[in-house]
Design a binder for this molecule. Sequence first.
Ligand code: GDP
Ligand code: ZN
Length: 317
Amino acid sequence: MPAETITLDQLGWDTDFSAAFDALDDQTLIPARVEIEHNYLYRVLTDREELIAQTAGRLRHHANTKEELPAVGDWVALAVTEQEQHATIKSILPRRSYFARKATGNPSIKQVVAANVDVVFIVSGLDGDFNLRRIGRYLVATAESGAQPIVVLNKSDLHKDVSSCVAKVRAIAPEVQIHATCCRTGTGIDVLAAFLRPGKTVALLGSSGVGKSTLINRLLGEARQRTQPVRASDSRGRHTTIHRELIVRPAGGIIIDTPGMRELSIWDTDRAVEDVFSEVDTLSADCHFRDCGHQQEPGCAVRAAVDNGRLPVDQLA
Ligand code: GDP
Ligand code: ZN
């Protein structure tokens, strides 16, 4: 989609971001959304164009963690010079949700891999990849991020009893929507596409090979850059391949697909499990019996958390 036809609303701008931006009270700044990051250089989208931006020195030097640096999906306040050659990211607007992982090389530092995600498709393949524990971990990670989880059971053509798989997921996550899809036939794709309303941002979580790229292609209704490079002309008329990690879907909605989000599928596992253990620890303090086994004991706070959907049953086991 040519940048000039995109409105801020189509990019996900809303009254909350607008209020945060207005609070900066600086007429020289314009809002933009981060599309891709590479070595502290950012490609951002404004309602007029695509620009390369750097972080203001102040922002970079005062960032205590990588968490405080811009990430794909972030809304930022941009200073653009007359010639619009140099854009500078002056500040990051407060994130509505975000996914973070340990930074490569320094596990004590968190790095944001996707920001301002509204809906997450937690994708499993029904070809043997189906694993309730893993789905439970993704549900925990998504709950932590602040985004809404949707469980997607893809490759429904490869399983004889899809409804039993749906029932198993429902048992650990009664409040979460579960949809079976098949990228071969297109079954269920329209249901997922309905989440891509204008301005809504969707990201995907799931092991390698479950069909995330294929699903994205299906949802875009066109071949995607990574699988089939789209040719675009730069200012000199040369053809270049543009790789995007934030894709504005022509039919509405935004899809975020970053390498960091894909890697999250690998490492976030351990963190999520630790978090569940610490959550059980915290909840236990409220159990009626000090030596509560969290089975059938009366006044058990852990079972109560399971019953109201706060803690996945599978994780408790
Ligand atoms: P990713 O690693 O999660 O991005 O997975 P890909 O999108 O690369 O898909 C991995 C493989 O699964 C590819 O060969 C796809 O053609 C195949 N695949 C994706 N969706 C389906 C499906 O619904 N049914 C079947 N049978 N194969 C699928
Ligand atoms: Zn208990």
